[in-house]
Design a protein around this ligand. Structure first.
Ligand SMILES: [Zn+2]
Length: 97
């Protein structure tokens, strides 16, 4: 299904305007986790049980999202994908280019 509104600002994107698709995958990082996969699973299960959200346990481990962005919102996303404050916009603080 072709989306005709920007997921961020809600503006209509006409069929003759460019649009961008942004895919985000958020995955639990088990690389180097000392307790092993089973321990990470138990921790994630406990944390998920404490939260009163609709997120399933599998989504706690990995979640994929897809958004449609207009050109303006695409530019803002690329400049600062995490919405960080300006003083934190430093490659040494976690951005992978
Ligand atoms: Zn937009």
């Amino acid at each position: 299904m072709r989306v005709d509104h920007c997921s961020r600002c809600g503006e209509h994107i006409a069929s003759d305007e460019i649009r961008y698709i942004v895919g985000v995958q958020v995955t639990l990082d088990l690389d180097g986790f000392q307790g092993g996969v089973e321990s990470a699973y138990e921790i994630a299960e406990r944390l998920n049980a404490k939260q009163s959200c609709d997120e399933s346990l599998s989504e706690v481990f990995s979640r994929e999202m897809v958004f449609t962005l207009c050109k303006h919102c695409r530019d803002g996303f690329v400049d600062n994908p995490l919405g960080r404050q300006e003083r934190l916009l430093c490659p040494d603080l976690g951005f992978i280019h």
